[in-house]
Design a protein around this ligand. Structure first.
Ligand SMILES: Cc1cc2nc3c(=O)[nH]c(=O)nc-3n(C[C@H](O)[C@H](O)[C@H](O)COP(=O)(O)O)c2cc1C
Length: 200
């Protein structure tokens, strides 16, 4: 079991069974088919507070808020792959997703203030971002991509790739896209082989 790849899927949409959920499930299916161990976190089902900016973590690298995030931290650090899926809400990730991201401030502190490695050093851990938006503008994903870049950096993961789809609005509309589900499935298979690349 020691070589089993652990893939953590973070579901960032409050709409269960919506477009990003569908894409993330396809990607997890691909990874599972290649033997990965799959973990799922539905962010909107967590009971947790946004960051309170209390700065308690400055000294310890630990968050003092006793809520469901306490069981998320170890999962973020154990996973070989962290796949975060969030639709675009007002040119960023959803508030649910952003609240979780802000709560990784203790891991940022460990890395940049306490100079501790938050995960396994050496680029073994990787992050992947899935997103969709209703509109088609060239800059649709820019805000979210920047947030994801710094999220993955804070948790000690390389930002290894993304799947981004424009013009997808209604619940489940992604199923009518000619290639999206297959792309997600293939990306899931490829990440277990370590061959995934940035797409789109
Ligand atoms: C509060 C809210 C804000 C949104 N903001 C944007 C936006 O800024 N740009 C955009 O293209 N689509 C926006 N959308 C549309 C969603 O990104 C789109 O419906 C997406 O397919 C939802 O994905 P899901 O089914 O995974 O939740 C917004 C939707 C909601 C509910």
């Amino acid at each position: 079991m020691e070589n089993t790849v652990i893939v953590l899927g973070l579901f960032g949409s409050p709409r269960r069974g919506g477009n990003t959920d569908i894409l993330l499930e396809e990607m997890l299916k691909g990874a599972e088919e290649r033997g990965a161990q799959i973990e799922r976190i539905i962010i909107s089902e967590l009971k947790f507070s946004p960051c309170l900016e209390c700065h308690s973590c400055d000294e310890t690298g630990e968050c003092v808020i006793d809520d469901d995030m306490q069981r998320v931290y170890p999962k973020l650090l154990e996973a070989d792959w962290i796949i975060l899926a969030s639709p675009i809400f007002f040119y960023g990730v959803t508030a649910w997703t952003k609240a979780l991201i802000d709560r990784v401030q203790p891991l940022w502190v460990r890395k940049y203030q306490l100079k501790l490695s938050p995960g396994d050093p050496g680029g073994r851990r990787n992050g992947f971002f899935i997103s969709v938006g209703a509109t088609k503008g060239a800059r649709l994903f820019e805000g979210a991509m920047l947030t994801m870049k710094y999220f993955f950096d804070a948790i000690g993961a390389d930002f290894a790739g993304q799947l981004l789809f424009r013009g997808v609005e209604g619940k489940g509309d992604i199923r009518t896209h000619p290639t999206a589900l297959q792309e997600a499935f293939e990306a899931g298979k490829a990440l277990v082989n370590g061959s995934v690349q940035g797409e789109r």
